[in-house]
Write a protein that binds this ligand. Structure first.
Ligand code: NAD
Ligand code: UDP
Length: 312
């Protein structure tokens, strides 16, 4: 297979590129590096089955045929980053998705959209099954991301209905692991770096809000299982262990053997109070489930952060 990965130099995208190369697929990563890093894919540079194209997918995606699969992962994903790039985020969810869908259509390829648990907004149903339609504030600051992804889902299903394109939608829940940039601003990277530096751990709000954290290897296995299937309906892929941010901070302090104290800072607007995937669909349709515990995943991520520092 020849696979196009938009956002291939990002955190999840670079793991996908590597996993695809390991199973023998040819890979073209298309990325403008707005939130990604070339270092994430630098080791694939000399691999003849891998090509990197630096381009903004909101403008155009020019890749020669054949294309068998398009994984559309380009988009800022960390809240501080998408809040700093509001128009770019809206563009990549709308124009970028349209360009990626057109590429799949021109090549009669399967298309998989990287959607998000954020489409459920601040959920009123818990845990969140795929048929829950969500609770998003369309004029709140986070809407640049949430509504872009909701629009992207609508565009994707419209290409399926109108043109019979073979499409899929993966709703990714908070994923972490090696290559999550230390300065990316998401909670796992913030807490790990703060704990390693002995600096205060910044909890936003009272820390009782919950998230469900999935280790990247589990996430990538689930994404590829969905890409390899012919499932059209959205599928949640994440880990259904649920933790408060206070609990996460405690585990991070324990794993890093840190003396950091905890400090409380204001909660960002529209920050969801709780989040946990209902994984029935992934388990039933894909036979997939997460296997790596939060402790084990954080240990592996911490080891990578230590290696990164040693390399630097
Ligand atoms: P990331 O920021 O590390 O990766 C995104 C990549 O997309 C970056 O390399 C960035 O440079 C690239 N990109 C952004 N806009 C682009 C554009 N216009 N043209 C070309 N490239 C562009 O984030 P990530 O965590 O790896 O997220 C990857 C995808 O998965 C995103 O679509 C995100 O919405 C989705 N997702 C991730 C999570 C998570 O927890 N990591 C959760 C839900 C959804
Ligand atoms: N958060 C926090 N401290 C930080 C960064 C984030 O308490 O330094 C909180 C944030 O307010 C949210 C949760 O951790 O409630 C997860 O945030 P993240 O940005 O990782 O992802 P989100 O699920 O909000 O997109």
């Amino acid at each position: 297979m020849r696979v196009i990965v938009t956002g291939g130099a990002g955190f999840v995208g670079s793991h996908l590129c590597r996993a695809l190369r390991e199973r023998g697929d040819d890979v073209v990563a298309v990325d403008n590096l707005v939130t990604g890093r070339y270092e994430n894919i630098a080791e694939l540079e000399t691999d003849p089955g891998f090509t990197f194209v630096r381009a903004d997918v909101s403008k155009a995606i020019t890749v020669e045929p054949p294309v068998d699969l398009v994984l559309h992962f380009a988009s800022p994903a960390s809240p501080p980053e998408y809040l700093a790039l509001p128009l770019e985020t809206l563009d990549v969810g709308s124009l970028g998705t349209r360009n990626a869908l057109d590429l799949a259509r021109a090549n009669d390829a399967r298309f998989l959209l990287a959607s998000t648990s954020e489409i459920y907004g601040d959920p009123l149903v818990h845990p969140q099954p795929e048929d829950y339609n969500g609770n998003v504030n369309p004029v709140g600051p986070r809407a640049v991301y949430d509504e872009a992804k909701r629009f992207a889902e609508t565009l994707t299903i419209t290409y399926h209905r109108l043109f019979g394109l073979n499409t899929g939608i993966v709703r990714i829940f908070n994923t972490y692991g090696p290559r999550l940039r230390p300065a990316d601003g998401r909670v796992v990277s913030n807490f790990l770096v703060q704990a390693m530096d002995g600096k205060p751990i910044t909890i936003y709000g009272d820390g009782k809000q919950t998230r469900s954290f999935c280790y990247v290897d589990d996430e990538v296995r689930g994404i590829l299982a969905l890409a390899d299937s012919d499932v059209v309906d959205p599928v949640n892929i994440g880990n259904d262990g649920e933790y408060t941010m206070l609990e996460l901070a405690e585990v991070v302090i324990e794993i890093t053997d840190s003396s950091s104290e905890i400090v409380f800072e204001p909660l960002p607007a529209d920050d969801p109070a709780r989040r946990k995937p209902d994984l029935t669909r992934a388990r039933t349709l894909l036979g997939w489930e997460p296997t790596i515990s939060l402790r084990e995943g954080l240990r592996r991520t911490h080891s990578w952060y230590l290696e990164e520092r040693a390399r630097a």
